[in-house]
Design a protein around this ligand. Structure first.
Ligand code: ZN
Length: 245
């Protein structure tokens, strides 16, 4: 079983009527229901929970953390970002969704501003899978449409080691690297852009398939603490022995 924690800021989907109409129990609850599977043990946490939903108890028992946030990035304490980053470096998977591109944790993982262009007009988005052999693309069509979306456009300020799995084209003409992977320490990270709060994107089967695949891909194969150990040689150092003679 992969232990998944879906973390949601849970502000706009709680407080704004037309968004609550799309996600009555919150985005985290919709994702939990849509991703439900026998191999996933899913729980949810929100910003207003004790310890901002990021207690040691939660992080220590999380294989993959899914992160949705938009309006309250700055409320997440630097201390908690540091703790989440340490967990990623030691092997915890991290799936960052949509406006999470501007979260402190994604910026910390990337080391860049993670800025992009945007337009909230409800236009059509067409995604293209350009790495069909990647585990995140398993059983995902080569191309599919999100009927109404928020446009996210290039340039997306992420580091060059981000590997593009999905690219998007928007009705208004922009393009965007909408699904990218990163590796940091022992941890695997996937950013996936579809998921604007006022459109029912997290009910769409292709979107849930991608996120579910990403969770399974990001589940840790091994964990370790990043350190810089001084180590003994595995083989004899003949040249040094010679110098001693
Ligand atoms: Zn949005």
């Amino acid at each position: 079983m992969i232990k998944v924690t879906i973390w949601n800021e849970y502000r706009q989907d709680r407080d704004i009527d037309f968004i609550r109409a799309v996600y009555p129990e919150g985005i985290h609850a919709a994702l939990k229901q849509g991703l439900s599977a026998p191999d996933l043990e899913i729980r949810t946490a929100v910003l207003d929970d004790p310890c901002q939903g990021l207690s040691d108890e939660i992080l220590d028992s999380t294989d993959v953390l899914v992160w949705w946030a938009h309006a309250a990035h700055q409320e997440v304490t630097d201390e908690n970002v540091k703790r989440v980053l340490a967990k990623v470096n030691s092997g915890m998977g991290l799936i960052v969704l949509h406006s999470g591109h501007y979260s402190k944790i994604f910026q910390a993982v990337c080391g860049t501003s993670c800025s992009l262009k945007w337009r909230e007009s409800g236009e059509k988005e067409r995604l293209w899978c350009i790495q069909p052999f990647h585990p995140i693309a398993r059983d995902v069509p080569e191309t599919f449409v999100v009927p109404q979306t928020e446009m996210y456009g290039e340039r997306f300020d992420i580091p060059d080691d981000a590997r593009t799995i999905f690219m998007s084209w928007y009705e208004g003409g922009e393009v965007f690297r909408s699904g990218v992977t990163l590796e940091r320490g022992y941890g695997k990270i996937f950013y996936f852009s579809p998921g604007h709060e006022s459109f029912p994107i997290y009910y769409q089967p292709e979107i849930l398939k991608v996120i579910g695949n990403a969770i399974r891909w990001a589940a840790p194969l091994c964990r370790g603490i990043i350190s810089a150990p001084c180590v003994k040689n595995q083989e004899p150092l003949y040249s040094l022995e010679k110098n001693k003679e």
